[in-house]
Design a protein around this ligand. Structure first.
Ligand code: SF4
Ligand code: SF4
Length: 328
């Protein structure tokens, strides 16, 4: 019978020996658990949509446990954009800083809840748990967390003993795939409100819309390497660059919609107090110059304050601004 839970071990971008050893030990130990299929793959972010790995992941049945060196939010939405979808479940493996951010980010008031793109989709029939390997210094807590998740999923408890080749045990599999380093935005659809600020702001043709007029990253490879500008412009903190050094841009827990956290504190540039939108416009200008194009400063759509909150009725000024937008 096909296993109903697959563990995916996503390798780090660098081939650091300590990371590789930990990845192998985790795969080795989990492959002794009777119910689990274990798959070791290159870094999820770098995978090509039509490559062998994503084709294999799209074909997997049942629940997924994803172990990667990425923030869980980033890993989940990288998979989702590539057709590997499921309900986002919580792993208890977290970086200490995530605990603080999560506490600060919790508590969106009921009345302020606006519809997100994820709310418009059918309920997924399976669960995806993403765990951050950076939270652990050894394989042990990772193996324990997988056992906990397996129990939570209602599958009979797993043995903690590795029994390679033993009764019912499976060997782990590795998929070697082309995985050159990539750089592109990933949209967290549990936060995205489809406001289109990002498509207005990006002047490199990265964003587009699907047949239902929902935002998508249409031309990821048009994104300028190292540029995180549009993540500073998104009013919902929904745009991630999983390899960026700033945790809030890479996918650390953060409040949606800026209702509680000062966005300029989270996403602001190198100079404390510098306005996030000004930083975004400057970063965009740097990329335009590097591409041999003219800088545009803050004069172009997108480098402007976020739209009015959707729970506030439009006033006369809003109506005037909307009329001017249409005139444009
Ligand atoms: S700016 Fe953010 S919330 Fe608006 S459409 Fe783009 S990703 Fe979604
Ligand atoms: S980071 Fe820059 S180039 Fe990339 S999608 Fe955003 S605005 Fe466009």
């Amino acid at each position: 019978m096909k296993p109903q839970i697959t563990v995916i071990v996503s390798q780090g971008q660098s081939s650091h020996p300590a990371k590789r050893a930990m990845e192998s030990e985790i795969a080795e130990r989990l492959s002794g658990q009777h119910q689990l299929d274990v798959l070791v793959v290159p870094n999820l972010y770098d995978l090509r949509p039509d490559g062998a790995t994503l084709n294999a992941l799209r074909a997997l049945p049942g629940h997924l446990i994803v172990l990667s060196w990425l923030y869980p939010r980033a890993a989940h939405w990288i998979l989702d954009r590539n057709g590997v979808s499921g309900a986002m479940e919580t792993s208890l493996l977290r970086l200490p800083t995530d605990e603080e951010e999560t506490e600060e980010a919790e508590g969106e008031p009921e009345g302020d809840r606006v519809e997100r793109v994820a709310d418009t989709r059918p309920s997924p029939s399976r669960s995806i748990y993403c765990a951050d390997l950076r939270a652990c210094e050894s394989a042990e807590p990772v193996v324990d967390e997988v056992a906990r998740i397996v129990g939570e999923l209602g599958v009979p408890s797993v043995s903690a003993t590795h029994t390679p080749g033993g009764n019912g045990a499976r060997e782990w599999r590795q998929i070697d795939d082309e995985a050159d380093r990539r750089w592109y935005p990933v949209i967290d659809f549990s936060r995205c409100t489809n406001c289109m600020e990002c498509i207005d702001f990006c002047l490199f043709g990265v964003y587009g819309v699907d047949g239902a007029e929902t935002i998508l990253v249409e031309q990821p490879d048009n994104c300028r390497k190292g540029c995180p500008a549009c993540s500073r412009v998104c009013p919902e903190n929904a745009i991630l660059f999983p390899q960026h050094k700033t945790p809030a841009i890479a996918g650390a827990p953060a409040a949606a919609g800026g209702f509680k956290i000062d966005l300029s504190r989270l996403f602001g540039g190198p100079s404390p107090g510098e306005d996030a939108l000004a930083v975004a416009a400057r970063e965009r200008d740097e990329q335009l110059l590097a591409a041999g194009r003219q800088p545009v400063g803050t004069a172009v759509a997108g480098a402007r304050p976020p739209k009015r909150p959707s729970d506030r009725a439009p006033d006369e000024l809003d109506a005037l601004v909307d009329a001017l937008d249409e005139f444009d």
